[in-house]
Design a protein around this ligand. Sequence first.
Ligand code: DON
Length: 317
Amino acid sequence: LHIGVNAQKTEDISTISEKDLTHILEKNRSFYTQGKVANYIPELGKMDAQSIALSIVGKNGKVLNVGDVGKKFTMQSISKIIALMIAVSEKGEAHVFDKMGYFGTSQPFNSFSNLETSGKPLNPMMNAGAILTTSLISGDGEKPFLKILDMVRYITRNQTLDYNKSVYESERSTGHRNRGMFYLMKNNGLISGNEDQLNNYFKQCSIELTAEDLAKIGYFFANGCVRFDGDSQYKNAEIAQLIESQMLIAGMYEFSGEYARTVGLPSKSGVGGGIAISVPGKMGIGVFSPALDQHGNSLAGYHMILDLVKQYHLSIF
Ligand code: DON
């Protein structure tokens, strides 16, 4: 295990070349053969396992893109950090975390056994806590989802982003486990609304974007909620720090500890095959490759990040 402790860290992306990124991508391309495309949401099973992309966004909005740069995929669990930002800015951190924990986990993303014991979700990164978080965003019907979509459009500066209706329908019609958690939390007095709130969660997971968009999300939280082009209308170091800490301890679910040891960067994965990574104060990274490991994290994506971190000494530790 070579991580490059104490080596000179890379401060911005001007020293990173597209040629080096292509090398990293090609070196890890074949990892998709060892992973599995998510098919518990039937529509996700249709993704092309061979597509792969890597994107980095640095200061002044400088972007490096390699691989299938235009390829769109659904953000899935990466939407949970956006929902958390909105819920906390509306209700305050104390209100949100009175209903769930700041805990890490040894359990998979869809585990909710602790709802039976402590009564509350472990954290806002696992499905139970994320469904609850979205239910805390104010507004009737689709309004909370539209706030999440608008925020993703703002952060990526891409007003054309939308959700994929077939993926949404597929999730809604097969997501009985998520529906089970929703009603258990309603039973526990944590959720007060109706199933529109669960549908908002399914919709946010179905928002489609590219690896570059993920890099811009990574950049946003890495830089105190300041956008890649310098726009600072949502600037909030406190919320960015909260979200980065959650990404670090639970963003990769039960793999988060090993990931912190080997990569050492706040990151959030989604079963669509994307990972958004924040290099605090510096840059944002987005990776995409749909074949997943047993934890539901992109396998080639993880290996690309591992190589990037080693080569440019990006770990926060
Ligand atoms: O709720 C679900 O199961 C999916 N919509 C999202 C799960 C997910 O992305 C887990 N992350 N790796």
